[in-house]
Write a protein that binds this ligand. Structure first.
Ligand SMILES: [Zn+2]
Length: 192
């Protein structure tokens, strides 16, 4: 028994050492390196680097770097905006990524915080039962809505901007500090 626990201790120690020795690499860099072959040859020397918008999902801690000249595939976006509660992925309306990236560009930011994308009907129902401000047939459950915020931009300013886009529904949540945009009918509301 003593020997076994010693062996386990040694194993744990060696695992810890291996982790400590691994060079640190931010997750988004690893992801970008991983898909570099798909994007073809690197740009020629002297070429201006692509402008990237970094999307952050506050529930999954995932980052998605979006090159505005070479938008990520639907699959990557769908995975990024998945329901964090059930881990389910759905086909997201592609206009949403365009909208949040346009917001970042217009506010001269390269970061967007995503508060909510796809919401599985099961999760949506659970939120409703808990008394959260969630519509019964929410556009989130159809993959047609995104809740987001841009660091350094007030919710009011982002809300004004969102209304001007005439994409669909726009909601402002002043206490929670985010703006909802969807591709459903044009309508406006205020939440908490
Ligand atoms: Zn929403």
């Amino acid at each position: 028994m003593k020997l076994a626990s010693f062996a386990l201790g040694a194993l744990l120690l060696s695992t810890a050492t291996a982790v400590a020795d691994a060079p640190y690499q931010p997750k988004k860099d690893r992801e970008r390196l991983g898909k570099s072959t798909k994007h073809g040859a690197p740009p020629a020397p002297g070429t201006k680097p692509a402008k990237l918008i970094n999307l952050y999902n506050q529930w999954t801690n995932d980052w998605l770097a979006v090159d505005l000249t070479d938008l990520p595939s639907g699959g990557e976006i769908d995975l990024f905006l998945r329901d964090h509660f059930t881990n389910e992925v759905t086909k997201m309306e592609p206009k949403l990524i365009g909208a949040v990236c346009a917001a970042a560009t217009d506010f001269k930011s390269d970061i967007v915080w995503v508060v909510s994308g796809f919401r599985h009907p099961k999760y949506n129902l659970m939120l409703r039962k808990k008394g959260h401000q969630v519509a019964r047939d929410s556009q989130h459950t159809h993959g047609n809505a995104v809740d987001f915020t841009i660091p350094g931009v007030t919710t009011e300013k982002l809300h004004e901007w969102a209304k001007l886009q005439k994409l669909g529904g726009v909601g402002i949540y002043l206490t929670s500090k985010f703006v909802h945009m969807d591709t459903g009918p044009i309508r406006f509301w205020e939440g908490d």
